[in-house]
Design a protein around this ligand. Structure first.
Ligand SMILES: NC(=O)c1ccc[n+]([C@@H]2O[C@H](COP(=O)([O-])OP(=O)(O)OC[C@H]3O[C@@H](n4cnc5c(N)ncnc54)[C@H](O)[C@@H]3O)[C@@H](O)[C@H]2O)c1
Length: 253
C-alpha cells in the first residue's frame, strides 16, 4: 500500500497496541498498515528481514525478526515487542506457509514443518501474550486460518489439518479465557491474491476460481476490515471463538 491510498484513520483502535506476525507480506502487512491507520501502535513480526522496511514505511512502533516455529525465538520476540509497546493488547497471527503434496507421497518433514509453522506457532505466540492480557483482563487474539481448514483441500491435507487445528485451538482458548476479558477469534479467508498462492499450480487456481460463487479471488484490503472489526470496541466485543469467512462464498457454514 502506498502513502496516497493508505486508508484514512478512523481511530477505532486509538490507544491500542498490537503485535502482527507475517507482517512482511500479504494479509499480515495489510492488517498492520490498517491497524496503524486506525490509531493502533503496532510492532510488525516476520522471519523475513524486509519486515523492518515495511515497519518503518508504515510508521510502526518497531519490528521483530524471528521464526514463529522456534520456541525460544518466540519467547524472546514477544519480550522484545512488549518492551517496544509497553504491553500487547492485540495479537494477530498472520504468518503461514503453504505447499502442495498428495498424502500418499507426503514426507513426514513436509507434514511436520507445516504443522510447526501454521499451528504450533499459534499456541506458542498465544501462550506468551496471554499472561499480560489476563492480568489486565483485556486482550484480543486474532488468527488467520483458512477456509481449507473448514472444507479440506486436495493436495493440501497438511495445510488444511493445521488450519482446522487453529480453529479448534481458538474455540478452546475462547472457552478458557473469554470470561476474563480475552477474546479469541479466527478469520478464515478464501483464496486471496498474495505471494502465498503464487506457489500453487495454475490448474488449481483456474479450477478454484471457477467453483467460487463470486468467481474471483479476494484482495488483502477485502480481508483487513474483518481484523479491524474483531480488534475494535464495541464492534468486536461479542465475537467469541468465531470463524469469520471473507471467502468469496467458498464456505457457507
Ligand atoms: N493468500 C491466501 O489465499 C490465503 C487464504 C487463506 C488463508 N491464508 C492465510 O493467511 C495468512 C497470511 O498469508 P498471506 O497470503 O499473507 O501469505 P504471505 O506469504 O504473503 O505472507 C506470509 C508471511 O508469513 C511469514 N512467515 C512464514 N513462515 C514464517 C515463520 N516460520 N516465522 C515467521 N514468519 C513466517 C512469511 O515470511 C510471510 O511474510 C497465512 O496464515 C495463510 O495461511 C491465506
Amino acid at each position: 500500500m502506498t502513502e496516497h491510498n493508505r486508508p484514512a484513520s478512523t481511530g477505532v483502535l486509538a490507544g491500542r497496541t498490537a503485535l502482527v506476525t507475517g507482517a512482511a507480506s500479504g494479509i499480515g502487512r495489510a492488517i498492520a498498515q490498517h491497524f496503524i491507520a486506525a490509531g493502533a501502535s503496532v510492532v510488525l513480526a516476520d522471519r523475513d528481514e524486509t519486515v523492518r522496511d515495511v515497519a518503518s514505511a508504515a510508521g510502526a512502533s518497531g519490528a521483530v525478526v524471528f521464526d514463529v516455529a522456534v520456541e525460544e525465538q518466540v519467547i524472546d520476540a514477544v519480550d522484545e515487542a512488549t518492551e517496544l509497546l509497553d504491553r500487547i493488547d492485540i495479537l494477530v497471527n498472520s504468518h503461514g506457509i503453504l505447499t502442495e503434496s498428495p498424502v500418499a507421497s507426503m514426507t513426514l518433514s513436509t507434514w511436520q514443518t507445516t504443522l510447526d509453522v501454521d499451528l504450533t506457532s499459534v499456541f506458542l505466540l498465544t501462550r506468551q501474550v496471554l499472561p499480560g492480557m489476563l492480568e489486565r483482563g483485556d486482550g484480543r487474539i486474532i488468527t488467520i486460518a483458512s477456509q481449507l481448514g473448514q472444507k479440506g483441500g486436495s493436495g493440501l491435507a497438511h495445510y488444511a489439518a493445521a488450519k482446522a487445528g487453529v480453529i479448534a485451538f481458538t474455540k478452546s482458548l475462547a472457552l478458557e479465557v473469554s470470561s476474563q476479558g480475552v477474546l479469541a477469534n479466527v478469520i478464515a479467508p478464501g483464496p486471496i491474491e498474495t505471494p502465498l498462492v503464487d506457489g500453487i499450480s495454475e490448474d488449481w487456481k483456474r479450477a478454484k476460481r471457477a467453483e467460487l460463487p463470486l468467481g474471483r479471488f479476494g484482495t488483502v484490503d477485502e480481508v483487513t476490515p474483518t481484523a479491524v472489526l474483531l480488534a475494535s470496541n464495541p464492534g468486536g466485543n461479542l465475537y467469541v471463538g468465531q470463524t469469520l469467512g471473507p471467502n468469496s462464498g467458498d464456505v457457507m457454514p
